[in-house]
Design a protein around this ligand. Structure first.
Ligand code: OOB
Length: 528
């Protein structure tokens, strides 16, 4: 395996292979098989109305792969990909899989303060972007990033490349299949620390992730899956998402954004059957469905995950949107929990599902480290990482000796095996499914000239689940919220990480061991 990655121990790898969890195939087989078995079937509908068959998409991926090779991208190179929901995103990912140059999946919302460290950590040789979307010109960002990261040799652009290089396209060349045990791509962790963490996903593990998810979600060749979330997010990409839909021979439809008017129109015109959202979007869609004239009757399944979906709105999905709900409690690190299609309504509404695979090992430990029915969730299995990329020190804390990943999530296990997410022990804020590592944001705040100390905590919010409150100890003058967010934006921090509120204290409450007590800070917000 690529240097800096932690392989599964041979006994477990042998078991996963022998028991058929790992198929021993490269991930791009999902597209190759589709092109062979049903070449004329529509694989991808782009946001500008492009419709590509499996054969066309497969051929485009081959041409782009040949182009990347000709441009000097070699097997083993890492390539940071940051694209909105456009057809070239899918082409680029499959092309890089074929070259064997693992893509690093950045989100469109990321800015300089996220992209630069990602390029550095991955030692990326290339950065692939779209020229712009409705709100942002990615070439501006690329100019800053290339200045800051000398190792970045290429910037490829879908659309107008300006001074950069257009997405490559060349006559297909024969390609050696990658080793299925090798890293196929890197996902970003939601993170809890000051620096980004990369999650290596192998061909074997991610292929299983996609195929098993497609099966548990009942996808078939009739499935029309709408990508409403960012395509680069694990949920929309492979749970079952784009990859799972290809595995089933269905059609993927890319939505340029998740606003109700855009997606409702697409659901009607493309006869969408499945889609995935985070809870605030589910609420927005449910509210808007009441007024909408669009015919949503094709929709069979709405997956909701990324943050806790409360039982009350969960119980109203069927009556408002006319489809079945599936709760999904997943993580880019691996483990996926799904409510099953044939679960009793009560479990679908009140739990976050149960593990996808019979080979998922789940442990729940109480605060003293004893097995319990309520406590921190630890897991290992055929599609859960064994270590973050190049993060030896962090890995010692994030994993047990025997390779269980400490999720930082607090869960309760029911006798059926279903999990209810009750909270977390990790220092992260979950703002409507978007993850903010507390330490990272605090470090940015500490750079503000008026800030002496900073501690960020989540404050309960009916729609978002949580919003961000930044507690500050200041040097003299108190900065207004607006000053703080302007400062953070100027540092290139993604918009979803900006505080919603600033509170100034004389000093921070401390725990008995002298650390800032986030619990006490949270209490201050509750009393408010
Ligand atoms: C998904 O992945 P990530 O990596 O952005 O975030 C993982 C974390 C989990 O550890 C948990 O803290 C939280 O997000 N989470 C949920 C949840 N789903 C995720 N918390 C409560 N209820 C849920 N249903 O968020 C993700 C990856 C694949 C599929 C779906 C979500």
């Amino acid at each position: 395996m690529l240097d800096g990655c932690t392989p599964w121990p041979p006994e477990l790898a042998g078991k996963y292979r022998a028991e058929g969890y790992w198929a021993g195939q490269p991930l791009d087989v999902l597209l190759r098989d589709g092109a062979r078995n049903h070449p004329a079937k529509t694989a991808l509908v782009g946001p500008t109305g492009t419709r590509w068959t499996y054969a066309e998409l497969d051929a485009r991926a081959d041409r782009a792969a040949a182009g990347f090779l000709a441009a000097g991208i070699a097997r083993g190179d890492r390539v940071v990909v940051q694209m909105p929901n456009i057809d070239d995103f899918v082409v680029t990912i499959f092309a890089l899989l074929r070259v064997g140059a693992p893509p690093v999946l950045a989100l469109p919302a990321h800015r300089e303060s996220e992209i630069v460290p990602l390029c550095e950590l991955s030692e990326a040789t290339a950065y692939v972007i779209a020229d712009s979307d409705d709100t942002f010109d990615y070439r501006t960002l690329a100019r800053t990033v290339t200045k800051a990261v000398p190792g970045l040799r290429h910037v490829f652009v879908s659309g107008d490349p300006a001074e950069f290089t257009a997405l490559p396209d060349a006559a297909p060349v024969p390609l050696d299949a990658p080793d299925p045990g090798e890293v196929a791509l890197f996902l970003l962790s939601g993170g809890t620390t000051g620096t980004p963490k990369l999650i290596p996903r192998t061909h074997d593990d991610y292929l299983y992730n996609a195929r098993a998810s497609a099966e548990v979600c009942g996808l078939t060749a009739e499935t029309v899956y709408l990508v409403a979330l960012p395509a680069a997010h694990n949920f929309a990409f492979a749970c079952p998402g784009i990859l799972g839909t290809f595995a089933a021979g269905g059609t993927v439809v890319l939505a340029p954004n998740p606003s109700p008017d855009v997606v409702f129109e697409l659901i009607e015109t493309e006869r969408v059957t499945v889609t995935a959202v985070v809870p605030p979007l589910a609420l927005l869609w449910m509210e808007n469905a009441e007024w909408s004239d669009n015919d949503l009757s094709s929709l069979e399944l709405l997956q909701v995950g990324g943050a806790k979906f409360s039982a009350e709105p969960a119980g109203r999905v069927r009556e408002t949107l006319g489809c079945q709900l599936q709760q999904v409690f997943g993580m880019a690190e691996g483990l996926l929990n799904y409510t099953r299609l044939d679960d009793p309504e009560e479990l679908i509404v009140t739990t976050q599902g149960k593990p996808l695979s019979p080979a998922d090992e789940v442990r729940v430990l109480d605060a003293d480290g004893n097995d319990a029915t309520e406590g921190e969730l630890l897991t290992r299995g055929p599609y859960t990482l064994r270590g973050y990329y190049r993060a030896d020190e962090h890995n010692k804390r994030a994993f047990t000796e025997d390779g269980f990943y400490r999720s930082g999530d607090l869960v309760r296990v029911l006798p059926t095996g279903h999990l209810v997410v009750e909270g977390r022990v990790k220092d992260q804020i979950n703002r409507g499914g978007e993850k903010i590592p507390a330490e990272e944001l605090e470090n940015h705040l500490l750079a503000h000239p008026l800030v002496h100390d900073a501690a960020v905590v989540g404050m309960a919010d009916e729609v978002m689940g949580e919003r961000i409150c930044a507690f500050l100890v200041v040097k003299g003058e108190t900065p207004a919220l607006r000053d703080v967010t302007t400062f953070l934006r100027a540092r290139g921090v993604a918009a979803y990480k900006l505080p919603d509120r600033v509170e100034v204290l004389e000093e921070f409450p401390l725990t008995t061991v002298g650390k800032v007590s986030k619990k006490a800070l949270g209490k201050l917000l509750e009393e408010d």
